[in-house]
Design a binder for this molecule. Structure first.
Ligand code: URA
Length: 238
């Protein structure tokens, strides 16, 4: 949404620096509004009309950013962590502050993770009431059977209050190490691993392929990311 806001807030929203750093830079004459140096941090600017630059580089106003990350293993789905690198450490060109991952993948899980600062969209995707489909690919130690497929359709006991909701198990390959795709309509903690544990099998590799209408772009190697296309964003908002 276009609007009026203070010059220092505009630049802080765009992640240029902290509010106090920015005030200092504005006072030092490093910021221009419509090609004119402005020394007042409180000066009001209009996001879709005024041209703001910092050290003569234009800073456009981006209200929301939507990033598709192919999460690699070894990083945590959090905004900060004292021990491990986070998914946000992987994003080099943040255009907005307050980016966060929409939901969590375990540290050892790969695949689709949406990173945004759009809290409303995140709520739509994560709300338990919305039952947004999540599709996972997994390698599982043990022979996955037709019986397992039926158990997952009925719901299994993973030591929560309730059985899991019906989940669709597609067996791609069944052997000592099996390969499957599992579609969940809910997102409980470690859900895929716990569902297989409940039937006596162990997930040894896990990757999320999709969330709602958003599919992982398979051309992204683990650790790579890109912004969502307008089409992808529209399909998520539907
Ligand atoms: N289920 C899991 O067990 N782990 C994940 O990261 C996601 C779903």
């Amino acid at each position: 949404m276009a609007g009026q806001l203070r010059l220092d807030k505009y630049l802080a929203d765009m992640g240029i620096g902290t509010r106090s750093e920015i005030k200092e830079w504005i006072r030092k004459g490093r910021v221009k509004v419509n090609n004119e140096i402005i020394n007042k941090p409180e000066q009001k600017v209009t996001t879709d009309k005024d041209k703001i630059s910092f050290d003569d580089a234009e800073v456009g106003y981006v209200e929301y950013q939507y990033i598709m990350l192919n999460k690699p293993t070894g990083v945590v789905s959090a905004t900060n962590d004292n021990v491990s690198n986070t998914v946000l450490d992987l994003i080099a060109d943040k255009k907005c502050k307050d980016l966060f991952p929409v939901g969590r993948l375990d540290k050892d899980t790969e695949g689709l993770l949406l990173i945004t600062n759009d809290g409303e969209l995140a709520h739509q995707l994560l709300s338990p009431k919305k039952h947004v489909d999540k599709v996972y690919f997994a390698r599982v130690r043990g022979i996955v059977t037709e019986e397992d497929r039926e158990s997952f359709l009925l719901g299994v006991d993973i030591n929560d209050e309730k059985l899991t909701l019906p989940a669709k198990l597609k067996i791609l390959h069944s052997d000592e190490i099996s390969e499957i795709e599992l579609t969940l309509h809910e997102g409980r903690f470690h859900q895929v691993k716990r569902m297989f544990e409940a039937i006596g099998k162990e997930v040894i590799y896990l990757k999320r392929l999709s969330m709602g209408n958003l599919q992982l772009d398979e051309s992204l190697a683990p650790g790579e990311y890109r912004e969502l296309t307008d089409q992808e964003l529209a399909s998520l908002n539907r």
